[in-house]
Structures are given as C-alpha cells and as structure tokens.
Write a protein that binds this ligand. Structure first.
Ligand code: SF4
Length: 289
C-alpha cells in the first residue's frame, strides 16, 4: 500500500469538485461524453456544452438517431471538432453492437470508434468502478513529481510511467477507482503544471520533487501549441461559419473569414477530408448529413 493513498484519498473526500459527470446518478454515457470533451478542453468550457448535449441526447441512441452534422454543430467552440464525429460514431456503434448500453468491458470499450486506451480506462473506472490505470496529463504530472522527482513527465507516455502507475494503484477495486479520480483532481487543482501549490498539498512531506528543491525540467523538448495564424485557427473560423449557417454556405462566405487563399483552401480541403464538412454544390458547403 503506497503512503500516497490515504492523504490523497482524504484530500479528495474534502476538496473534490461537484461535477455533473461525477454525480452518483451520472450515466456511463455522461461519463464518456465528458471524457471526450475534456481531452483537450478545460472543465469550465466543457460544463455548459456537456449539459446541453446530455439534455438533448440523454442516451447514445438519441445521438445516433441524428445526422453527425448535428453533433458537430452542438460541439460549438470546444475545439478539435473531430471529437464530435467520433462521439457520434461511438454512439452508433453502441446502438448497433450493445443494444444502446455503454459496455462495461474494457476491451469492448476500446473497440468503440474513437475510444482509445485512456478513455476506455477512464469510463470503466469512473462509470463502473473498475480497477484500471488511468493516466491523463494531470495524473502523469502528479506521479512524475511525487514519485519520480521530476517537474514534468516525458512528452509521450513511457512504459516506465505506466509501470509506476500500476505499482501505485490500490489493490481493492472501489478504492482504485476513487484513487484514479482523486489523483487527477489533485493535479487539476493543486499540483498544476505551472504553479503547483505545494503548501496546500496532502503529500508535500513525501513529494520527491519538492524534497529535491523543485529542480527545473530538463528532459526532451516539449511541443508548445501555437494558435494564431495556424491552419487550426483557420479551420476553426471556417467551421464557425458552417455551424452558424442554417443551410449550405457559399464559398464567398468562407473567403470573408480568412484572407490567405492558399491556407484557407488547405484548411477547407482538410475539413472535407476529415468529414467535418461536405460539398453540396460546385461552390457550397455544409456540415455533414
Ligand atoms: S508537493 Fe507540490 S509538486 Fe509535489 S505533488 Fe504536491 S503539489 Fe505536486
């Protein structure tokens, strides 16, 4: 039993946020939707979209019954809208393969379109109380600091990190499930990327990184995500025009939101290739059917 367990579990009991996908009545579908939305978007921006999504599509079957373009429209400005298509595809697969019920088995979860290792483990753990290693960026950071003595983990998940997370996972199933969400919450609220609040941390007395004097990260270079002027920003602008329109959009409306022709054309071609937009006429475009 790790000496991290008790302090972190007790801290979580007192400090956990009251999030809708964590309530006792939250469905596995609510958990899956939240996990996909939270992958690249902060909680504050996810909350209203998650609430509206669950109200409109309270089950996978409800989402699967509408065109995928409706999911893309409802995704709004959460970013990385391919996630909306993936959720729609997952909902469709849940209806076709599992009678509309989110499967409890990890392998079946992983077999859903767009559901990777992390998301499957998170849903199995948070929705069904199972014992799995759940490693998101917050958990990786807490374990890298508290146990590894490093400010940040490697840019990509390593085997050693996975083994360390498995070693520290509580043996008892229900405790392991609470542990997974508790470490994540500690990373989100206290052991944050840029300004960890060690003075408020329940494991400060045993944190290897803090005890070593908080040495600066000296591992491989980390990718920083640029935004202004990127193809991603351009795609976002084009998607906003398609989302806000009631019907097909003429090319001239897209031209208005991004000046550089070559970049705009490239972004539009990317949206068509990804299935986020369709061509409905020689010069008009729409969200997918
Ligand atoms: S003591 Fe500081 S660095 Fe260590 S786990 Fe706690 S918040 Fe993170």
């Amino acid at each position: 039993m790790s000496t991290l367990h008790d302090p972190i579990l007790r801290w979580y009991d007192v400090h956990q946020r009251d999030l809708p996908w964590r309530s006792a009545s939250a469905s596995a579908w609510s958990v899956l939707v939240s996990e996909v939305m939270l992958q690249q978007t902060p909680v504050s921006r996810v909350l209203p979209v998650h609430a509206a999504w669950l109200e409109r599509w309270p089950t996978p079957a409800a989402l699967a019954a509408v065109p995928s373009g409706e999911a893309v429209r409802a995704w709004g400005r959460l970013g990385y809208p391919r996630r909306a298509l993936r959720l729609h595809a997952a909902a469709t697969a849940v209806v076709e393969r599992h009678d509309g019920e989110i499967p409890t088995d990890l392998t079946e979860l992983k077999a859903l379109p767009g559901v990777g290792e992390y998301t499957a483990a998170a849903v199995a753990s948070f929705a069904f109380g199972q014992r799995h290693v759940v490693l998101d960026t917050n958990v990786r950071r807490v374990l890298a600091r508290a146990l590894g003595g490093q400010e940040l983990p490697a840019p990509s998940l390593t085997r050693a990190e996975r083994d360390r997370a498995a070693d520290v996972l509580p043996a008892e199933e229900a405790t392991a499930a609470t542990w997974a969400v508790a470490v994540m919450e500690l990373g989100a609220l206290v052991c944050t990327a840029n300004q960890p609040r060690c003075e408020a941390c329940p494991v400060a007395a045993q944190c290897a990184w803090r005890l070593a004097g908080r040495p600066a990260y000296d591992g491989p270079a980390r990718r920083t995500q640029a935004w202004a002027g990127t193809d991603r920003q351009c795609r976002g602008r084009l998607m906003a025009v398609l989302r806000d329109a009631d019907g097909p959009v003429h090319r001239s409306s897209l031209d208005l939101v991004w000046e550089q022709t070559a970049q705009r054309e490239r972004a539009l071609a990317g949206l068509l290739a990804d299935g986020l937009a369709i061509r409905v006429g020689p010069d008009s475009y729409a969200l997918p059917d």
